[in-house]
Design a binder for this molecule. Structure first.
Ligand SMILES: Cc1cc2nc3c(=O)[nH]c(=O)nc-3n(C[C@H](O)[C@H](O)[C@H](O)COP(=O)(O)OP(=O)(O)OC[C@H]3O[C@@H](n4cnc5c(N)ncnc54)[C@H](O)[C@@H]3O)c2cc1C
Length: 490
């Protein structure tokens, strides 16, 4: 399209999607079901390729869930790997990028990679509400252009960015981010590794460093993170037929127990019933999955310290790592300190608050402030279907400000996010046709044979009225207690 700095009078597109991560691609793919063939679609992303954060995550990251359950709509993976294979970063990125093929088969798609969107808003026009989007090449803000579209989906998701290395007073240690780990391990084969943060990134980092059994590894674990046993929600072999627990039932367990006040009891339950380390008093839960064998490798490979990193200082006896609780750990000179201290909701400023759906229905937003589901992928799949069918508003679905609640109280965030996820899932079951539900291959219940999936679905259906009332009341209580956005979508 030619460069133009004035808004075009007619719409440039039937749909514009901002963000080519798993949420934006799911959103575009879902919207395609409602647009006539040949409709004009535009996809804009600041990165040079589709795949979102899987372009920039550390190279040893793997999916938590088996690869078939991380996709765009119903798109299958283009290989014959075992069903339980946990795909690597580049494999996930390439799989997501393949989604552009089927989308292009139906829509006249123009992509603008390497472009930054600075504005995406609903405007009133003589033809009704439209979306207006301003964007420019990343390195040329003076070449901004503004286009209009019938609809836009602003799908920036969790907006993952690489962290910074932890600042240390000592320059006798190597402070890095996970993206630099592989290089650092090769360059310093004997250096001890201090992993700061015990979430998914921290666990992955311990396992990556522990490939060399001689490597000395210390995990500075903060208040500790619980991981759900992968072997329980995704049992292997014949156990799929009778053992384990479908993910929807785990969510139901938490959602029907959370009452808006008892977040500590919910974390205790996660730890005691579902986690890989029931005897360790880990304080948080971020929905990570871990197998028992991974857990054993972490425990065997690293010394675990339950405290927070503050600094590494030089002393007469060499570098010393200082902990928030007042303790210290001697650090051999040349040690590697890896910042794995969290990817979510860690910016100094909260993300911009945007309505999940604009007043005239022209802009749908998938962001962390006004979120449909803590997994942006799931939000990307369902919200366009609900939106195009006129079901998103006034049907009891809840939006939640995950960013604000997480910062206010991480335990309450667990209770509320599980409750919201379950409530919105039950409402989707009640409102959307089976044919649409069946196209959501993100659903982890699909791991189980049909009879177990049906049993879980029937349980959800039969208790729906009671569960919806309970979950809505719990979420209203969260809104009252914390003063964050947590309300029905109207
Ligand atoms: C380390 C890590 C591991 C994870 N592992 C898993 C996992 O195993 N399974 C799972 O289900 N989830 C996992 N997640 C959760 C993860 O957030 C989602 O899986 C998902 O990939 C996020 O997709 P997204 O589309 O919401 O965001 P992103 O992938 O971040 O995509 C958003 C896109 O929007 C673009 N964008 C943002 N702002 C602008 C702008 N102004 N202009 C233009 N473009 C813009 C960005 O460039 C980006 O490409 C993981 C998250 C992290 C951080």
């Amino acid at each position: 399209m030619p460069y133009d700095d004035r808004p075009t009078q007619a719409s440039a597109a039937d749909i514009v999607v901002i963000g080519a991560g798993v949420s934006g691609l799911n959103a575009l793919n879902s919207a395609r079901a409602y647009l006539p063939s040949g409709s004009r679609a535009i996809l804009i992303d600041a990165k040079d390729h589709a795949g979102g954060m899987w372009n920039i995550a550390y190279d040893y990251v793997r999916l938590h869930q088996p690869h078939p359950m991380f996709t765009v709509g119903a798109m299958r993976w283009d290989w014959d790997k075992p069903r339980d294979y946990l795909a690597r970063r580049d494999e996930v990125r390439d799989h997501l990028a393949r989604a552009l093929g089927p989308i292009q088969d139906k829509l006249a798609l123009t992509t603008h990679f390497g472009h930054t969107v600075t504005r995406c808003e609903e405007i009133e026009t003589p033809d009704g509400p439209m979306a207006e989007i301003t964007f420019h090449p990343n390195d040329a803000p003076d070449q901004a252009r503004t286009i209009r579209a019938q609809r836009a989906v602003h799908a920036i998701g969790v907006d993952y960015h690489c962290a910074d290395p932890l600042p240390t007073s000592s320059d006798r240690v190597l402070s890095i981010i996970p993206q630099d780990l592989s290089r650092a391990l090769t360059a310093h084969p004997d250096a001890p590794v201090f992993v700061v943060g015990g979430g998914k990134t921290g666990m992955d980092t311990v396992l990556a460093a522990a490939v060399d059994p001689a490597r000395q590894i210390t995990l500075i674990n903060g208040s500790g993170t619980n991981f759900v046993k992968r072997d329980m929600v995704l049992p292997k072999g014949l156990r799929r037929w009778f053992a384990g627990r479908p993910m929807s039932m785990l969510f139901r367990d938490l959602a029907t127990r959370f009452d808006g006040d008892n977040e500590s009891a919910i974390i205790d339950r996660v730890r005691a019933r579902f986690s890989t380390a029931p005897d360790v008093d880990n304080a948080t839960f971020l929905y990570g999955l871990q197998s028992m064998s991974e857990r054993r490798r972490v425990d065997a490979g690293a010394e675990i310290v339950m405290d927070y990193f503050t600094d590494v200082e030089d002393t007469a006896n060499g570098p010393l790592l200082r902990l928030r609780g007042g303790g210290t750990i001697p650090v051999p000179e040349g040690s590697i300190v890896v910042n794995c201290s969290g990817s979510f909701f860690r910016f100094a400023e909260m993300a911009e608050m945007k309505p999940l759906i604009s007043p005239g229905g022209a802009v749908l937003s998938i962001n962390t402030r006004n979120m449909f589901h803590f997994l942006s992928s799931v939000a990307g799949f369902f919200t366009p279907h609900l939106f195009y069918r006129g079901l998103l508003r006034d049907h009891g679905f809840y939006a939640l400000d995950h960013d604000a609640l997480f910062r206010a109280d991480r335990r309450a965030w667990v209770g509320a996010s599980a409750t919201q996820a379950y409530l919105n899932q039950v409402l989707c079951m009640n409102t959307l046709p089976v044919a649409v539900l069946d196209r959501c291959k993100l659903d982890m219940d699909r791991w189980f044979p049909m009879h177990r999936r049906l049993a879980a679905a029937m349980r959800m259906k039969s208790a729906a009225t009671r569960d919806i009332a309970h979950c809505s009341a719990s979420l209203d209580r969260v809104a009252d207690r914390f003063g964050v956005l947590c309300q029905p979508i109207t």
